[in-house]
Design a protein around this ligand. Sequence first.
Ligand code: F0G
Length: 449
Amino acid sequence: MGFGGEAAFRKCISPDCGAEFSCSETLVKCPKCGELLDVVYDWEKVGTPDRMSDFGRRWASRENRLDFSGVWRFRELLNFCPDEAKVTVGEGQTVLQQNDDLAEELGMNAGTLHLQYEGLNPSGSFKDNGMAAAFSHARMVGATASACASTGNTSASMALYAHACGLKCTVFIGSGRIAFGKLSQAMDFGAHTIQIAGDFDDCMRQVQDVCRELNIYLVNSLNPFRLEGQKTIMYRIIEQLGWRVPDWVIVPGGNLGNSSAFGKAFAELKALGLIDRAPRLAVINAAGARTLADLYNEHGLRWNGGRVDEAVIEAYYADLTARHFSPHTCASAIEISRPVNLKKCLRALDVCDGVVLAVPDEEILDAKALVGRYGLGCEPASAATIAGLRHLLANGTVDAEQTVACVLTGHQLKDPNVTVNYHKDNQGPYSNPPVEAPNDLGRIIELMQ
Ligand code: F0G
């Protein structure tokens, strides 16, 4: 059925509440119980294709701005707004690179390892998929100002889309917690940038209050429309595998929006009969920001049909507070200890028979150097996927012949400092520092032999 007979509506994820709301309201959390909200569809009303491959026809009509977008090409699977409201800046033109060199390095068979390079998006990260959807909703409800808390990429992407749609935008970032490439983008795109003396979790708390007080449109992944856009990353992986589902999808975990969106994508495709099985999902935390890994592996926290054990989460967070814990990792994008989408991610892990892992910074840096050497390059958080994959192969969770898609979430140039330091300071086995040479032809030629 659905809210008021609408084809798309919002629904509280708590099975004990399940309240429904129209998409024409500006809501982030359930006003009845405070839980997260989903965007839900009455699929009969929406009308979906019989086969995933039907979406491939749109490649032939790319002069249509919606068909050119890697998000809106799949619009029947996220049809919450009229076409006139749909925003695009050309997001989602990303590639799935089969990488046999890296596969060999990791001991996998040729043809198995694929890198989904989301760094090719206009702002250089996967966030553009979600922002295309969130800003379409913002336009649909007539918002005039937007805001987010960010470890960097969300702010860069928001600033780009806000500029494209004529909305004001304010970003909240933790002082000294953001890579320079990202900060430079937010400033360049004209965002009002507020650096808070605190970490991402502090910013996330503040921005929610600010948005409520000032009636500003929040574009963090708490906003369920963001996740609708991010579902399309999975559609594109399936598309580029010739409409086949991989055995594994591996994704870094920060605020847990992406992993949540991926789980929702697969649950919906399965329910629609567009795929016959979901892939397994591996979510990789950095060791210095390991809330999900701890709760899932050490405390046995599970989705449990939507009745997640709140007491376990509260006790974990109380301990973080008591220890004045602030997360620290070189992968600043995922330096988050209170992920807002935790419950939705547990649901995704349930749908996809998932696993969670935390990997140390040294392994992230080595993996990043390997992706740089053999692939398209990526920022540190993205390389957590390869570092995680190494462990999953070593302990036999992933087999060498299984098809694996690692989501490289952000562009190599987002965080040049980390890369330069790794190479110049010889931080690992893949360091490749520049060679000092005098301004002398003979000596230069000698050094090249
Ligand atoms: N990779 C990159 C490059 C990111 O920027 C982020 C999140 C993640 C992974 C984690 O994704 O939150 O969906 O689990 N960056 C956010 C930001 C938090 O503010 O840019 P997630």
